[in-house]
Design a protein around this ligand. Structure first.
Ligand code: FAD
Ligand code: MLT
Ligand code: ZN
Length: 472
């Protein structure tokens, strides 16, 4: 392990107290690998400040000592962004003790929360005052607001409410030199120059530490209907999406696509999961309509949309949830895919996006190219089709050894990203670059974009101590 300046740990102990500093190897373990165990690192210590001022003190001390920091929230990220490198010279800075809800302002429709607040707690706090915080994703029981902001998280309600970038009005950030930027303004309009908060959103901890945020609230939803729909093809899904949008407008709040393979994995590995239909179908969408009115006749709307789609042979079968338990059971089929895929051995995760209209061609072309080059690999395609965002994940051939598949990972990724670029897409629409897509971004992003990103990094973090080795 690289030697730390002798006085650094005692100074951090003074600044953060007993609860704020972990150096014991055993206690550090859970901070050093991600939930899939795909990334593992070492750290000189784990810092757990309890206030913004403590974060600032820790950052200042580490900056003076030239020690790099790896910010970490719920550690649910899927690209290794919150895991330190193997040197043992970096420190993990966990934000999970910053968990205060500072203010709920119903008149302004805002909520001010600290970075360590769990997303589900934020949703609950909004519900308590009859409001909605709409960000929703499978890891919401453990991911934090700070992590959601740092990754510009998306999830299943983006088609109606936007991603985290659209939901934030103001930020408080500890800069790499330890100064605190108080940008906690809840203004809907502010044209006084560059929108600085947007620099930190999606920056994956490489420009500073987000310690608090002012976020938008929306009216609570008082009626909701959910359907599980079988389809012959991704093209049918895209056509149905357009039709349902035209019919339902903003009441269409969820439209998730899943391949048969995705559902098969869930049925095999998720306890209590059952196929809503007696026979298998090639593709499925989960559709959700919601409204702020308690009696919005959403079922009539859904039946009208699906009825027309049946006549056009876009839809093969459909089931509408009849109770809250059924709503949850249908969502569990969708949210269970990540977990289920873990049980099928090593997998390659992708979160690409292409224009919605090009999804069918993208899937057909990429499936073909992969089966030609890597026969037997299993494509587990699903995702937020309303945003053009596909999790085009790959699992190893059944029964095969892990090693040959792992050796092909880079080449498989190339096929998928080349195909994404053919459709003018993005190699990361949701999870960010972290460690896993850093090199790919160097290859696939335009040189001028990379140059501008490096200039921003250099301006804010000239010493390169904020999450080095990630993103850039
Ligand atoms: P972490 O994993 O701890 O960190 C993520 C990144 O943010 C790291 O680079 C870290 O350094 C940085 N960071 C964390 N906190 C701060 C901070 N306070 N200041 C500065 N930088 C910080 N993501 C989606 O977008 N959509 C989905 O639908 C989705 N579904 C998921 C489903 C499952 C089952 C799982 C396990 C993950 C899913 N994710 C999804 C990925 C993940 O949950 C999100 O990226 C989430 O926003 C990460 O939050 P976190 O608190 O766990 O951050
Ligand atoms: C999801 O939408 O379920 C996640 O973002 C995808 C994943 O776990 O790969
Ligand atoms: Zn996703």
């Amino acid at each position: 392990m690289t030697r730390l300046p002798e006085d650094l740990l005692p100074a951090l102990h003074d600044a953060l107290g007993e609860a704020g500093l972990i150096t014991d190897a055993e206690r550090m373990q859970s901070y050093l690998s991600d939930w899939r165990n795909a990334y593992r690192g070492q750290a000189a210590a784990v810092l757990r400040p309890g206030t913004t001022e403590e974060v600032a003190a820790a950052v200042r001390l580490c900056a003076q000592a030239g020690v790099a920091l790896v910010p970490q929230g719920g550690n649910t990220g899927l690209c290794g962004g919150s895991i330190p490198d193997a040197s043992g010279a970096q420190m993990v800075l966990s934000l999970t003790r910053l968990k205060r809800i500072r203010e709920v302002d119903v008149a302004n429709a805002t909520i001010t929360v600290e970075a360590g607040v769990i997303l589900q707690q934020l949703q609950d706090a909004a519900a308590e005052v009859g409001r909605l915080f709409p960000l929703s994703l499978g890891a919401e029981g453990s991911c934090t607001v700070g992590g959601n902001l740092a990754t510009n998280a998306g999830g299943t309600a983006v088609l109606r409410y936007g991603n985290m970038r659209d939901l934030a009005l103001g930020l408080e950030v500890v800069l790499p030199d330890g100064r605190i930027w108080d940008g906690l303004r809840g203004l809907r309009k502010d044209n006084t120059g560059y929108d600085l908060k947007q620099l930190f959103i999606g920056s994956e901890g490489t420009l500073g530490i987000i310690t608090a945020a002012v976020l938008k609230l929306f009216p609570a939803l008082r009626s909701l209907t959910t359907a599980w729909v079988a389809l012959p093809s991704p093209q049918a899904a895209v056509t149905l999406l357009g039709q349902m949008r035209g019919l339902c407008g903003d009441r269409l709040t969820g439209f998730e696509l899943m391949s048969r393979k995705s559902l098969e994995f869930v049925l095999r590995h998720v306890a209590g999961a059952s196929d809503p239909f007696a026979e298998g179908h090639p593709w499925y969408v989960l559709i959700e309509l919601s409204d702020t009115q308690p009696d919005a006749a959403l079922n009539d709307l859904l039946e009208q949309g699906l009825g027309e789609a049946f006549e056009q042979a876009l839809v093969l079968d459909a089931v509408v949830a009849g109770s809250q338990a059924q709503v949850e059971a249908l969502w569990a089929l969708r949210e269970g895919i990540s977990e289920a895929q873990n049980h099928e051995g090593p997998s390659l995760k992708h979160d690409i996006s292409v224009p919605v209209s090009r999804i069918p061609d993208f899937i057909a072309r990429t499936d073909r190219a992969l089966q030609q080059a890597f026969p037997g690999v299993r494509v587990v395609a699903y995702g937020h089709v309303g945003d053009g965002n596909l999790h085009y994940n790959i699992s190893k051939p059944p029964g095969s050894d892990d090693a040959p598949f792992k050796a092909q990972a880079e080449a498989i990724m190339r096929v998928i990203y080349d195909s994404t670029l053919e459709d003018d897409g993005s190699i990361s629409a949701e999870h960010g670059l972290g460690q896993s897509k850093r090199a790919a971004a160097q290859h696939y992003k335009a040189p001028l974009e990379l140059e501008l990103m490096r200039s921003i990094k250099q301006a804010l973090d000239p010493a390169g101590l904020m999450n080095p080795g990630k993103l850039l």
